[in-house]
Design a protein around this ligand. Structure first.
Ligand code: ZN
Ligand code: ZN
Length: 156
């Protein structure tokens, strides 16, 4: 698994729900003079951004309960978590751009099979090394492995 590099500024929309039956969680909203984004598990509350809509009364009850449940004066800054050194992305070689194409030899299976009149055989595709795809250099296409960062943090 890879962890994406933390951007220096956060996008509040990253905290919204993508697929949730509660439509109001799909974009940031304003409540009690603050702007809030939540996916139903994590809630981010920040100073008011006027571009977002005020949440409707019925929808706001649960959110108001959450916000009333803690004392903001007792919050402390988040500790700085040391990150391991980033590893250069092996797919794009650190460039941040790469093109992924399905392997034509194995049709993306990563294995090829063949048989003679005695037996059937399966073996790893030598064209793609079993990945099912091949990677070529590309100047503008964002690398699918590192999301264009050129490096990533490896988890243990
Ligand atoms: Zn990459
Ligand atoms: Zn292949």
């Amino acid at each position: 698994m890879m962890v994406k590099k933390m951007e220096s500024s956060m996008n509040i929309k990253d905290f919204c729900a993508e697929n949730d039956r509660r439509d109001y969680l799909k974009q940031p909203f304003n409540i009690d003079g603050r702007t809030v984004a939540s996916n139903g598990h994590i809630l981010l509350s920040t100073q008011l951004c006027a571009e977002y809509d005020e949440l409707k009364e019925g929808e706001a009850a649960g959110i108001k309960r959450v916000l009333a449940g803690f004392d903001a004066t007792k919050l402390t800054p988040m500790p700085i978590i040391p990150l391991p050194d980033p590893v250069e992305c092996s797919i794009c070689g650190g460039r941040g751009t790469a093109h992924k194409k399905q392997c034509v030899e194995c049709d993306g299976e990563g294995e090829v099979s063949f048989d003679n009149c005695f037996n059937g055989y399966e073996c790893e595709c030598k064209s793609c090394g079993g990945d099912g795809f091949v990677v070529s250099k590309h100047n503008t296409e964002t690398c699918f492995s590192c999301n264009g960062d050129g490096s990533y943090y490896r988890s243990h």
